[in-house]
Structures are given as C-alpha cells and as structure tokens.
Design a protein around this ligand. Structure first.
Ligand code: NDP
Ligand code: GUE
Length: 292
C-alpha cells in the first residue's frame, strides 16, 4: 500500500483564499481590516524565517501587519510595556509573541499579559482553560491545523483511537483537547512513556509532535493509520519530520509530508484566528469553517 499524501500546502492555500475573501468583504462593508502584530525578540534565524512567512501571509490576505523587533537584551518590563500598548491598540486584533524568548524573559508572564481576545496563538492560560472546558476559545494554530486536516481525511473522529506524541502546551496538550472534543479516544505519550512502538501500533491516528528526526518508524504503525507529522527538524539532509516518511508511507493510509504538511496550516490558522478575533471584537458574525 502507498499512503495518500495529505497536501497541507494546498489546503492552507484554500483556507487563505477564503480568509482573503472575508477580509475583502470586511473592508468594503465596514471600512477596516483585521490587524496582526508579531513581536520578535532577538534574531534567531528560524524565528526570522517564520516571522517573515507570517508577514507575507498577512499582507496577501489583505490584513494589516505590524512587526515589532526588540533586541535579545530587552527587559521583561519593556516587552510587557509593548504588549500593553498592543492590547490597547484598536487596529490590532491579534498579537503573537514569537517563541522561544531569551532566558531573562518569563515566557508565561509575557503570554499571560496578552489580552485574551487578542491571543491568536491560544497560549494564554485562560484560552487553554476555555478549550479544556468546552468554552469558546482561541485555539492554538498548529493543533487547529492538524484537526482540520484530520477531519478532511476522516470525516468524523468519533471513537477513533488517537495517539498524540508530545505533551507541550503549544502542540501536544491542545491537540489532545481537540481530539477529546471530537470524541476520539486519546492517548498522550511523552519522553517517559513506556513502549512507544506498542502505543503507536494500536492507533488509527498518530500525531507526532516531538522534535526528534524520524523517531516514528514505519513498523510502529498500524496498517491504514492516518499520520500527522508536526515535527520540523533541521538536519544536514534538510528539513525532516518526526516520522520516517518513506517507511511510514508504505504502511499508513494517509500522511502529511514535511515540509508541505502541518507547517503551512499553522500559518493559515494564524490568519483564521486573527479574522475570528477581529469579528468577535466588532460584534460581527464569525465566518464559518475557520474555528474548531
Ligand atoms: N509545523 C508547525 O507548525 C510546528 C512545528 N513544531 C515542531 O513540533 C515539534 C514539537 O514541538 P513542541 O511541542 O514545541 O516541542 P517541545 O520540545 O516543547 O515538546 C516535545 C515533546 O516531545 C516529548 N518527547 C521528547 N522526546 C521524546 C521521545 N523520545 N519519545 C516520546 N516523546 C518524546 C517531550 O516529552 P517530555 O514532556 O517528557 O519532555 C515533550 O512532551 C518540534 O519539532 C517543533 O519544531 C512546533 C510548533 C509548530
Ligand atoms: N508564538 C509562536 N507561535 C507559533 O506558532 C510558533 C512559535 N511561536 N515559535 C516557533 C513555532 C514553529 N512554527 C512553525 C510555523 C510554520 C512552519 C512552516 O510553515 N513550515 C514549513 C517549512 C518552512 C521552512 O522551510 O522552515 C513547512 O513545514 O512546510 C513551521 C513551524 C510556529 N511556531
């Protein structure tokens, strides 16, 4: 068997086109556009790439982009001061502080300073809590993108055995919450899990969010499994995922590639969250199909 390759790049392009249309309507009917502020501290090369991609996608969707660059030596107080100004700026509907932050900055304190309604990353404790308790939340972009791909592939996730590998606050945990909400049976594995291959072999859905190149082997997979590879690992041979793609595609029924799978969906979902946040702030109806 050879797996269907899930084209995240194409799905993300569709989503961005839908968002651009909605933004055009907002502009012509209401005379304003959604605005996304991206804050980059320091000059980590990978972060630079992501911030540039986000800026480009924002502009192409017709949204207003505000980029704030701060030196790696910035103080916590100065960063919190910028966030306070962005919170108060009516042209800014979404705020993203690129992670990771330098060691002198308390990441949790920074995230919790972002206005809940503008937290388009969905990292604020209150958005995490809302997601966990089934209230309307800003949902983290990467898990949201994975969920969209899974629903498109499988339709209903009800009763499916899903394995999430990774328990980070930004990917693994919110991914598990979304799968629970869609009535999948969810297992969350991490570095202390015993028998990861055995856990994998039971799963109809595997979501790998680990950060270890090609950790998940082809013979760990249940035949016909749907595999979502969140990993983005820079190796001497180039960008690779957390799944051994060539081996896995012989066993899986569908699999996301790296690059071209989850990554582009993350960026598209950031725009989706910004549009959703903008509509909510203006009391306008939310466009359909952009949230979980
Ligand atoms: N495509 C995209 O849009 C995005 C991609 N990423 C990528 O996804 C990956 C994960 O990101 P993130 O969640 O932030 O990473 P973290 O480093 O925060 O979390 C990694 C998780 O993997 C677990 N883990 C580590 N080693 C193993 C192992 N050998 N077996 C099982 N579990 C293990 C860790 O366990 P423990 O908790 O016990 O330490 C932890 O829970 C990275 O490659 C990152 O680059 C991230 C965000 C967006
Ligand atoms: N506050 C915050 N929010 C984030 O969402 C956030 C963050 N910080 N810090 C870093 C991670 C990582 N992340 C990615 C986004 C897009 C791709 C992506 O588009 N990847 C392309 C490849 C791009 C390349 O060549 O590097 C792909 O997979 O096809 C990957 C990873 C968002 N993150």
């Amino acid at each position: 068997m050879s797996a269907r390759i899930i084209d995240g790049r194409a799905r993300a392009a569709e989503l961005r086109a839908q968002i651009a249309t909605e933004v055009g309507t907002l502009k012509s009917e209401h005379g304003w556009v959604p605005g996304l502020a991206v804050v980059l501290v320091g000059s980590d090369p990978a972060s630079e790439v992501y911030v540039r991609m986000k800026g480009k996608a924002t502009a192409e969707a017709g949204m207003a982009g505000f980029e704030h660059r701060l030196p790696s030596t910035v103080t916590q107080a100065a960063l919190l001061d910028l966030i306070a100004r962005l919170n108060a700026d009516p042209a800014v509907h979404g705020i993203l502080v690129q992670l990771p932050l330098p060691p002198q900055i308390d990441e949790a304190a920074v995230i919790d300073a972002i206005a809940i309604a503008k937290d388009v990353d969905g990292f604020h404790v209150q958005n995490a809590g809302r997601l966990a308790t089934g209230q309307a939340a800003m949902v983290p972009c990467t898990p949201l993108g994975c969920l969209m791909l899974l629903r498109a592939e499988l339709g209903s996730l009800e009763g499916r055995d899903a394995l999430v590998i990774g328990r980070s606050n930004i990917v693994g945990k919110p991914m598990a919450q979304l799968l629970i909400r869609d009535s999948a049976t969810v297992t969350v594995a991490h570095s202390r899990s015993r028998d990861l291959p055995g856990l994998c072999r039971r799963a109809e859905i595997v979501i790998a969010a680990v950060g270890r190149p090609r950790l998940v082997q082809g013979d760990w997979l249940k035949p016909g499994a749907v595999v979502i590879d969140v990993g983005v690992n820079r190796t001497p041979e180039g960008l690779v995922g957390d799944v051994d793609f060539e081996a896995a595609r012989q066993v899986a029924s569908a699999i996301t590639p790296v690059p071209g799978g989850v990554g582009p969906m993350t960026i598209a979902c950031l725009l989706a969250n910004t549009l959703t946040a903008a509509c909510r702030s203006a009391g306008l109806p939310e466009p359909q199909g952009l949230t979980a």
